[in-house]
Design a protein. Structure first.
Length: 421
């Protein structure tokens, strides 16, 4: 019996040794895997940083400074920025095709709804103000107008892949790793200081049609009447956030000054007030006359606010920015039409023509309108003139990019892109 017990104990000891050996190999394998997985993670993170930097740099320069066309060098900038990075003292690899919009660096369209990047090598900029935000996000270029809003960069470690350590035991000599980034340039989410030119706020409702499209024919910005056809389409602002009550003396000081003193953020309230505000309007008229001699369009970028019920209230929500051309300001009662425009850009009306006829011609030439549409009867034309109004046309031309991506589409692209999540 004793002999049998000794034999059984020896068998158990042998089994334990075998089990320990197996577990040791297993633990070594897990340790090797952990070390190599961490190594791959570090390398991939370095590659991701390179891809992110390249995509952001390319997207930031996606349009020329004027915004009038796509920058042909955006891909070059993206590539050069990416390859400046290293991974473990090894230069990163980018298969860049300088002759075409193919390979690891591409500009194109990013759709958030479809989570899809579509390459597009065109250099044509579209009038984003003529499209809804929904249409611009559609991946189909026939719907989005061929909008180019993103840069994609792929960075690699393939020619000199990341070496393995303990994983070589299992046949893994190295790891080829890639990382991809897409940077998107959208519409302004913030406006930097001094980028809003005058303390005038445009009502969102006045520049969007019933389908939510950007309307470039709305003419009157401000009024002092209660008639629905001449209701408020804009007001005054002191640019304050958090919003403080906008008073006349404060806004007068901002007329033809340095613009908004601080950065303003879309989606937050801004200090605003409606009505004529005579002292403010009077200074604006003086500035307009000095700048244009009342014969040229007066271009400016203004904030866009929500005006529920056609009413400009304090702390109106800031929802965008729009570039407009002021074409005329009616700042005093003139029943005889003695001070109507006689010359503006390519339009003229000779001195022999009755003032009312000149006014009608001016309105028609610049497509000015009441809230509910262009004037039809003589009474409509007269009504437009007898109110103290600032007449403007929202510009349909591409605007200088401004602010940070994140706002609604009011025809102003952002300067600062963001990475797609």
């Amino acid at each position: 019996m004793l002999t049998k017990l000794i034999s059984l104990k020896k068998d158990q000891n042998g089994a334990v040794i075998v089990l320990v050996a197996i577990l040791l190999i297993l633990f070594l394998g897990i340790a090797a895997l952990a070390i190599d997985v961490y190594h791959v993670y570090v390398v991939r993170n370095e590659l991701q940083n390179a891809a992110d930097a390249g995509a952001l740099a390319g997207a930031r320069e996606l349009y020329l400074e004027s915004g009038a066309s796509v920058n042909p060098n955006a891909n070059v900038i993206a590539n050069n920025t990416a390859i400046e990075n290293i991974s473990e003292d090894v230069p990163v690899e980018v298969n860049y095709n300088a002759a075409a919009n193919t390979g690891d660096v591409q500009r194109g369209h990013w759709s958030f709804a479809a989570r899809q990047f579509t390459p597009n090598g065109s250099l044509t900029a579209i009038d984003v103000g003529n499209y809804t935000t929904e249409d611009l996000d559609n991946p189909d270029p026939n719907i989005n107008g061929g909008l180019i809003n993103a840069v994609k960069v792929v960075v690699r470690r393939q020619d000199r892949p990341a070496s393995s350590f303990f994983a070589q035991i299992f046949g893994f000599e190295n790891f080829g790793i890639t990382a991809e980034a897409i940077a998107y340039i959208g519409f302004s989410g913030t406006i930097n200081p001094a980028e809003l030119d005058q303390p005038i706020a445009i009502c969102e409702e006045s520049i969007l049609d019933d389908n939510g499209n950007y309307n470039c024919n709305m003419g009157r910005m401000l009024n002092s009447g209660s008639n629905l056809n001449t209701s408020n389409t804009g007001g005054w602002t002191n640019f304050s956030q958090p919003c403080d009550t906008a008073d006349a003396s404060e806004m007068k000081a901002l007329i033809c000054g340095d613009g908004n003193p601080d950065e303003v953020t879309f989606g937050q309230g801004i200090g605003a007030v409606g009505g004529v505000q005579d002292v403010v309007l009077s200074k604006l008229v003086d500035c307009w006359e000095d700048a244009t001699d009342t014969k040229e369009l007066w271009n400016m970028t203004l904030p866009v606010i929500e005006c529920p019920g056609n009413n400009v209230s304090n702390c109106a929500k800031l929802v965008g920015a729009v570039n407009v051309n002021v074409v005329w300001i009616v700042h005093k009662n003139d029943p005889g039409y003695d001070d109507v425009p006689r010359e503006m850009e390519d339009w003229t009306c000779d001195a022999a023509t009755p003032g009312f006829d000149c006014w009608k011609s001016f309105i028609d030439h610049f497509n000015l309108a009441n809230v509910e549409g262009p004037p039809v009867s003589d009474e409509d034309y007269a009504e437009m003139y007898q109110k103290k109004n600032i007449f403007f046309l929202p510009s349909c031309e591409e605007q200088d990019p401004t602010g940070v991506t994140g706002g609604l589409n009011f025809g102003v692209l952002a300067k600062i892109p963001v990475l797609v999540d």
